[in-house]
Design a protein around this ligand. Structure first.
Ligand SMILES: Cc1cc2nc3c(=O)[nH]c(=O)nc-3n(C[C@H](O)[C@H](O)[C@H](O)COP(=O)(O)OP(=O)(O)OC[C@H]3O[C@@H](n4cnc5c(N)ncnc54)[C@H](O)[C@@H]3O)c2cc1C
Length: 103
C-alpha cells in the first residue's frame, strides 16, 4: 500500500497538480474476502467487515455488509443455516475472468 501511495504522490508531483505538499496519509485496515469465512460461532453471527467480506479486487464491503446482515437476520428469524457463499467475492469478476461467487 505504501508503494501505491508513493506512486500517486510522485505522479501528482510530476504532473504539477500538487507540488511539495507535506501529505500525512492515514490508514485503516480491514479484511478482504477470505476463502473460508466462518460466519457463525455458536450464537454469534458475524457480518460485514467483522467476517472479512469486502471484495478481493476492489475492497468494496458495503454491499456485502448489508447482504450478510440480511442473511443473518433471515437465519435467525427462520432458524435456518447462515451461509455467505451467495455474496460475491469480486466486484468485477467479468473483467478478471472469474466466477462471481465462490465459497
Ligand atoms: C477509506 C475507505 C473507503 C472505502 N470505500 C468503499 C467503497 O467505495 N465501497 C464499498 O463498498 N466499501 C468501501 N469501503 C469498505 C466499507 O467501508 C466496509 O467494508 C463497510 O463499511 C463494512 O461495514 P460494516 O457494517 O461491517 O462495518 P463498519 O461500517 O465499520 O461498522 C461497524 C460499526 O460498529 C461500530 N463499533 C465498533 N466497535 C463497537 C463496539 N464495541 N460497540 C459498539 N459499536 C462498535 C463502529 O464504530 C462502526 O460504526 C471503504 C473502506 C475504507 C476504509
Amino acid at each position: 500500500m505504501n508503494e501505491h501511495w508513493a506512486c500517486l504522490v510522485e505522479k501528482l508531483e510530476r504532473s504539477g497538480l500538487v507540488r511539495g505538499y507535506p501529505f500525512q496519509p492515514l490508514g485503516y485496515s480491514y479484511f478482504l474476502r477470505a476463502n473460508t469465512p466462518k460466519p457463525r460461532l455458536g450464537n454469534a453471527f458475524q457480518v460485514g467487515d467483522a467476517l472479512g467480506l469486502a471484495t478481493r479486487d476492489m475492497g468494496e464491503g458495503i454491499g456485502a455488509a448489508i447482504h450478510s446482515g440480511l442473511l443473518a437476520a433471515d437465519a435467525l428469524i427462520h432458524h435456518q443455516a447462515y451461509k455467505v457463499n451467495t455474496i460475491p467475492r469480486y466486484s468485477w469478476p467479468s473483467r478478471l475472468d472469474l466466477r462471481r461467487s465462490v465459497g
